[in-house]
Design a binder for this molecule. Structure first.
Ligand code: AMP
Length: 429
């Protein structure tokens, strides 16, 4: 086959087998999020480019290199969202949600777009679930957001996870940190790669999580960020960690964790999975200045986002729960025209009763239909032959034992329900 069209590079279709895993992740996320009091928010996929430049940051890779930006037909500069926090903060202000009782908790599941180089676990269209809490600077809010995140991954049955955590402090702390970085690197700055030099100039914090070995060696002696925190910032961070200790969330202090967005302040964290090499399954942090930078009142806030594709790939490899699927419980077999008409009515009655139904309307022979029922794994078949169609009955066949029983059609649903195994059951293997 010479298919004429294909998905764009870095984009992917999700077929039913995988979609069941996506739904498991989405449902688990919402179960946990609603228990913690999060309401859902949905925002447009397209926003003004300026929104992301302002919030995520002009100098970040995401805005600088990875946005899908274009002019629409009215010459507006627009972009596909590369992440959701900026859009949620925009909506929070646009709808005056700051006038509602705070903290206000919003959750979402959304596709985001980043023109990254596609590789394992990295797509140009990917799905995230996320949580945002507006209107509180309390460390307990940081801790509960991390706890809800942790519970989501735990409920998915994912093992060997760690929460990597750090604090970037407020502006005063960060000035001290930036100074320490610049001072330490000054003697070697001119020997660093062009990229590293640009980073050192535009966004010195990001240099701490550089993968460049030369940069890593040069930054090895920079004292950990927390040594530069102001007293208030350190107290905030300590309080968050104490709450996490209380509930046994397995965090690791990671003094190099800085994250890729400019809007973060104080607490930042990532969830790492060990299976398949250390991969970031999600991350987040405080963004106490973002709402005011977007023109709103001073509103401390914190959020997180989890990558659904990466979780799905772990689940598919067997590192967590398996999705529940609706199995075929009854295979409808019909012989002749009258029976075919009756079967269609039965599809309606059976599915309304909650039964999983399959049939093969194009097939005429009983042998081939029984074979299909077998292949579909149906425990029961309902056979309507010419005789049954005439006298208004059906034969219920147990596909395992081969035992058959004839019942009047008006009672058939009741009989099938009595015999059908649980309406929803787990997939095998
Ligand atoms: P971020 O929004 O960059 O903090 O990413 C949060 C999480 O989303 C990451 O830990 C990944 O699991 C996931 N993620 C980010 N970018 C991508 C991508 N291009 N493809 C797939 N998942 C991604």
């Amino acid at each position: 086959m010479d298919a004429r069209f294909q998905t764009l590079r870095g984009m992917h279709d999700v077929l039913p087998e995988d979609a069941a895993f996506y739904r498991l992740v989405e449902n688990t996320f919402w179960e946990v999020a609603t228990r913690h009091g999060f309401g859902e928010i949905r925002t447009p996929v397209l926003e003004q480019t300026e929104l992301f430049a302002r919030s995520v940051g002009e100098a970040t890779d995401i805005v600088h290199k990875e946005m899908y930006s274009f002019r629409d037909r009215s010459d507006n500069e627009v972009s596909l969202r590369p992440e959701m926090t900026a859009s949620v903060a925009r909506a929070y202000l646009e709808h005056g949600l700051h006038n509602q009782p705070q903290p206000l908790k919003l959750g979402y599941i959304a596709n985001n777009y980043r023109y990254e180089r596609p590789q394992a676990g990295r797509y140009r269209e990917f799905e995230q679930f996320g949580l945002e809490v507006f209107g509180s600077a309390e460390p307990a809010v940081d801790a509960e957001l991390i706890l809800a995140t942790w519970q989501t991954y735990e409920s998915l049955g994912l093992k060997d996870l760690s929460v990597q955590i750090n604090s970037l402090g407020t502006e005063a702390s960060r000035q001290a940190i930036r100074q320490a970085i610049t001072d330490t690197l000054a003697p070697v700055a001119s020997t660093l790669s062009e990229d590293a030099q640009r980073q050192l100039r535009d966004n010195p914090l990001r240099i701490l999580d550089s993968k460049d070995p030369q940069v890593q060696a040069a930054t090895a002696n920079i004292p950990p960020l927390i040594d530069h925190l102001t007293d208030a910032d350190r107290d905030h961070f300590t309080a968050v960690l104490e709450y996490l200790d209380q509930v046994g969330v397995a965090y690791e202090l990671n003094p190099r964790l800085v994250r890729g967005f400019d809007y973060y302040t104080r607490t930042v964290f990532e969830i790492w999975g060990e299976a398949g090499g250390q991969v970031a399954l999600g991350g987040g942090g405080r963004y106490d200045k973002l709402v005011s930078e977007l023109g709103g009142p001073d509103t401390p806030a914190i959020g997180m986002a989890g990558g659904v594709e990466r979780i799905v790939s772990l689940l598919k490899e067997g590192h967590g729960r398996k999705p529940l699927v609706q199995d075929v419980q009854v295979f409808l077999i019909q012989l002749g025209n009258e029976a075919r008409k009756l079967s269609f009515e039965l599809v309606d009655r059976l599915t309304r009763a909650g039964l999983g139904v399959a049939s093969a309307p194009g097939k005429d022979s009983i042998r081939s239909q029984l074979k299909m029922a077998d292949r579909a794994g149906a425990p029961l078949a309902l056979i309507i032959g010419q005789k049954e169609a005439l006298d208004g009955s059906g034969i219920i066949r147990d596909m395992i034992s081969g035992m058959q029983e004839t019942v009047p059609l008006p009672d058939v649903v009741e009989h099938l329900l009595k015999r059908a195994p649980g309406v929803v059951k787990a997939t095998k293997g």
